[in-house]
Design a protein around this ligand. Structure first.
Ligand code: NAD
Length: 410
């Protein structure tokens, strides 16, 4: 199945038994607009290369389209359509006043010089400037795009429109109108979800073991916050492998981070009592909470039967395949879906946009407090649907989103 039909399959799974009109479903099945653009770039050697870019605007029924822009060789129209659909769902789950969008350029940015990358970004903005804006469509970082690229987007858009428009894009550097707390927002949001899970299921943090796959932006901040709150972070990994300490006592996360920065991988962290584990082994450790925070489809029908964790907290996007999700459910493992667990990043993007629109700068504490409120409300809404309707957390999150979108359409 293509990614887009996969996304639609999730939509249809979620609406079974719901009183949602056919026309709402028909509208959700089709992005409102998909723009394909050619992006000519003058390369450093004087030649011209033409790249292909997309912006999919799935739905603006709950507010301006909102979603990232990725630079990757595998970007395709189908992919941005599917990702824009998921943004519509995610923004509705977390109840921020945005619809869903996503964009991308088919390019391997590592093959471009910094100046070529800047020219590519600015030309892409010229091509899509007529359909984006602080109140129409607000891009953000995604795979291979960062705060510097968001700064170029803002600058080019402002040149074209002759306006001051920091709210045209989020994920900017703090100096350029970004929000304090954005860098760690996804990990922090995931940590707030873990805390609510602990309260609901009467877990005791000191006796709750956690294994985390991926030690990047999301995985590291989540690990640090969980560790500081007293959870036993017993294993972490990155693309080169992982480490585990059966009771967490030997994992000093700051030192693990240093090992990753200096020597390239968390697997290079050496300490008496530490065991090396492969990424496959990490997923199968006998822990309470397993946190895939790296890749799509890391838990599939192949390895789901070996997962022993009681809870899987999806901090990556789509780390558990649909078949694996059913298998885990049948094994008694609760999967907290990505659209809830990793929505802290989008939540703080909303706070950034709001600060830009209101010409304000919030203190980091205010950002974190508001994030906690939003994550707690979202957690409670999803939990209540899951319990009352006896459905999985993923179906509950989708139902919550689809009902909100349907109300807005009416
Ligand atoms: P990142 O690039 O900072 O970190 C990714 C980490 O995963 C790195 O430690 C990398 O070594 C590791 N990794 C890569 N391949 C691996 C493999 N085969 N096995 C184990 N580990 C591997 O990325 P990030 O921003 O932390 O994002 C991680 C995931 O979270 C992605 O799925 C992303 O889409 C999702 N996500 C990120 C945000 C955000 O705000 N950054 C928001 C929502 C979702």
């Amino acid at each position: 199945m293509s990614q887009y039909s996969n996304a639609l399959q999730q939509l249809h799974n979620a609406i079974q038994g719901l009183d949602i009109s056919r026309s709402v479903i028909a509208l959700l099945e089709h992005p409102e607009r998909v723009l394909t653009v050619s992006v000519p770039v003058e390369m450093d050697d004087g030649s011209t290369k033409v790249f292909t870019g997309f912006r999919s605007q799935h739905s603006n029924v709950r507010g301006p389209y909102k979603g990232g822009i990725r630079f990757h060789e595998n970007v395709s129209e189908e992919e941005v359509k599917a990702l824009s659909f998921w943004m519509t769902i995610k923004n509705a789950v977390i109840n921020v006043p945005f619809g869903g969008g996503k964009g991308g350029i088919i390019v391997n940015p590592k093959e471009l010089s910094e100046r070529e990358l800047e020219r590519l970004t600015r030309m892409f903005v010229r091509r899509i400037a007529s359909v984006i804006g602080p109140e129409t469509d607000i891009p953000a970082p995604d795979v291979n795009t960062d705060g510097k690229i968001m700064g170029w987007i803002r600058d080019e858009y402002e040149k074209i429109t002759g306006t001051d428009a920091p709210g045209v894009v989020t994920g900017k550097s703090v100096e350029d109108g970004g929000s304090l707390g954005r860098a760690e927002a996804t990990g922090r949001g995931g940590f707030f979800v873990l805390e609510r899970l602990r309260e609901e299921y009467d877990l005791d943090s000191e006796n709750t073991t956690v294994a985390i796959q991926g030690f990047g932006n999301v995985g590291y901040h989540f690990a640090r916050l969980a560790h500081e709150a007293g959870y036993k972070v017993v294993a972490v990994s990155d693309s080169r492998g992982g480490i585990s300490s059966p009771d967490g006592s030997f994992l000093n996360l700051e030192d693990v981070l240093v090992a990753k920065k200096v020597r390239g991988s968390v697997a290079d962290y050496e300490q008496v009592g530490i065991k090396r584990v492969t990424n496959e082994e990490l997923l199968e450790l006998d822990v309470d909470v397993l946190v895939p925070a790296a890749l799509e489809n890391s838990i599939t029908a192949e390895n789901a039967k070996n997962v022993k964790a009681r809870y899987v907290l999806e901090l990556a996007n789509g780390p558990v395949s649909p078949e694996a999700c059913v298998m885990l459910h049948n094994q008694g493992t609760t999967v907290i879906p990505d659209v809830l667990a990793n929505s802290g990043g989008v939540a703080v993007s909303y706070f950034e946009w709001k600060q830009n629109m209101d010409n304000e700068r919030w203190k980091e504490k205010l950002v974190n407090d508001k994030l906690k409120d939003l994550m707690d409300d979202t957690f409670d809404s999803v939990l209540s649907i899951a319990r009352n309707r006896k459905v999985t957390w993923r179906i509950a999150a989708y139902q919550l989103a689809i009902e909100r979108i349907s109300e807005a359409m009416k």
